[in-house]
Design a protein. Sequence first.
Lengths: 315, 345
Amino acid sequence: MTLPDSPNIPDMSARAASTGAASTGAASAAPTTKGGARQDAAERNLATERSLGAEKVTLGYDARRIVENLSLDVPQGKITVLVGPNACGKSTLLKGFARLLTPSAGQVVLDGQNINSMPSTQVAKVLGLLPQTPIAPDSITVSDLVSRGRYPHQSWLRSSTAHDDQIVDEAMAAAGVLELAGRRVDELSGGQRQRVWIAMALAQQTDILLLDEPTTYLDIAYQIEVLDLLMDLNRTRGTTIVMVLHELSLACRYADYLVAMNSGRIVAAGEPSDVVSAELVREVFGIESLVVPDPISGTPSIVPFSRHHRPVAGD
Amino acid sequence: MTNKPVTRTLRKRLRTRTLWVCAVFFVLLAVLFSVTLLLGEAGLTAREVLDALTGRASDLTRFVVLELRLPRAAAAAIVGVCLGVAGAIFQSVLRNPLASPDIIGVTSGSAAAGLVAVLIFRLSGLSLMAVVVVGGVFAAVVVGLLAWRGGMQGFKLVLIGIAVAAVCTAVTSYLMTRVELRDATVAYTWLTGSLASVQVDTVRVAGLGAAICLVALGLSTRQLRALELGDATATSLGFHVEQSRIWVLALAVVLTALAVGVAGPIAFVALMAPHIARRLVGGTSLSLAASAAVGGALVSGADLVAQYAIPGTAFPVGVVTGALGAPYLAWLLSRTSSSQPGGNS
């Protein structure tokens, strides 16, 4: 089954293209001083060019290899979504990107360098992570937690300045949690809490943001809210986003680049409308399904069959 | 942003509140310290005590104040500060409100080593203290190595700590059953934690060691606050998680061992002080300064109660902290079962 052309897909790629143009424009607009352009980009909160990729990495826990010999170039300034069944290695791959796991073979490369040999603080200024189950200390307040996103930019000699605190305010405003600033994190709802964690990642001001299932445990309204917030971040600042999502149809909506994984390898990767089909869903998840255009976004939408629910008139 | 700064204001408010709590408890500590200097069987007046401190009193008065009362007052403050800070670090880093050096084996290791030193080798003073510190560090290393499997996990470490503590307690109990009655009384007083027979040189060494550890911890505040966020977030913020954790825990172990070296294993202070400090400061996760102030005031106050609450009967200070601490622990447990266990949410 193929997707009919939808007006939204060209629109989306046009938006992606314009972000790309904006970032290259910023770099070429100032031929005299390259540093000036970079500073300008930083002031306008725009991401500078970064490259992130996995080169033939093998990742796992102890002797158990989950991901083997996998290569992936993360498209810059785009939203990349990793999908696949449980234990397919998508979270493991994300942990490799985030330095939570060190590859036993191959390497994760950030801006041309092996990420595990780079100074940790330097990486932290470029690459942020929202883990699957982040831990908030007892009774910490929202602004205190979000402030800690500034740590990579500080040292024991230089603690929080007024400038840092202003960035924290802006991050909370962008994530819609500014009015919660004085509240305790453990008193908030799941959706609010997740936005607080995103605010912390925003305060870190990284050009690349990794998220491990940012919508887990959230109801549908909060899922949309969080994903919209991430898309805003990508479209307005050009932040490269890599995330693991479970909900396939939502993944197709928000992904510029979809990576489908199974048994530790990449089965397909590309724009969702190019790669998602009933065959792919069968190969990756082992279920029969109908892939139809999402009536709202035009992106592929996956309607699964089940033992009790099959198409009435056959395919 | 044209709005008024939110984070800045909240940060200042929290800082002010922390300063107030610390100020109140340090003033309380100073008052208790002075009272310890003023009270006693010798019945000295305030004038005489002041003269002794400035070196203008008689030899006897100077001996009473400088050799008996001052070391005791200083020891109470130092031991309290050490235990308060060590407890705060253990609870925070292991993300467990019940993780305190008493429970996870450090104190028991020190105590067992100390008892061997007292009963078998007849050590006292600095040599006893050295054995106690080595015992505590050794127990901590054993716990650390057993809990280590490609990384340290808080919960596992606490359970292994409890097991190691049980082994140490078995050693202690065995020794207690084998000694003469007279020795057993001395040993048991030491095991309960007592400031009655502190010595000037051990207090000096403990004070110096504690000062070094506290300065080192002050410089590691960022690491402590990052570790609170869990390994994944701390790593993504650019911290070397395992290194930081081992470093701050090692400092906490040394602080605990120094405290035990001065006064024996005083119960519950390391567990109580950080909880009280956190409740009072509120809205923050960890305040080493407040835990230090509360710990110091607790031990100083408990020692005064131990000495003077019942005229003619002096308890070891550990009896008082235990008697206060056990009900507090029960209350804490009854509360944590209704809400979350604390630490991770």
